[in-house]
Design a protein around this ligand. Sequence first.
Ligand code: SF4
Length: 222
Amino acid sequence: MSLLVRNLDLFDPLDAAIGEQETMEAQLAVLHEHIAECRLCPLHAGRRQVVPGEGDASSGLMIVGEGPGENEDLQGRPFVGKAGELLDRILEAAEIPRETVFITNIVKCRATETVDGKLQNRAPLAPEVNACRPSLVRQVEIIQPKVILCLGAPAGRGVIDKGFNISEQRGQWFEGPYGSMMMATFHPAFILRRGGAGSGARELKKLVWEDIKRVRERLASG
Ligand code: SF4
């Protein structure tokens, strides 16, 4: 079960250009240059920068979040705001250095809505996720990670299954493409939104920690 199936034109010029590159880094660079020009869905209109993703092109672990937020949109890098800081701390505690991971999102441009006159993030819509999926499929094809870790329910629904239920299915393994295994856990931003003592954030952190330990075990297994 995976939504990351190739449903692309075998003779797409982009695939030909990627195929001409000798290293995974060069292949990703060609793909990311293409993503930087993408206008396939309405999200391109509101972006300051595209956020294709970053990290080790030969990583065993790909982390997939929901989409860029304000800081990511400003810097063109994934997970650099407060949620990114929490993700860094979680990875550090698991002794998985961030630079050894590849981090991206199900959509590469920030999704926003205006509420009470203020621009704020929103979850990407299904047509936006579908439009952006070929970029994620190509990233997975190039990197071929051992583990794909989805952060948050939208990422689980965009990568694992359209009916993915994070309350019931987080922490479970699902078969992914190229022999990978996929799992979803709670998004760091969801934990941060819960706030302080008595909010349930502590329990969520414990569950995320259990999931990360299982990811670490699978990465270490043969
Ligand atoms: S979100 Fe994805 S599909 Fe939409 S414009 Fe950005 S890169 Fe293209």
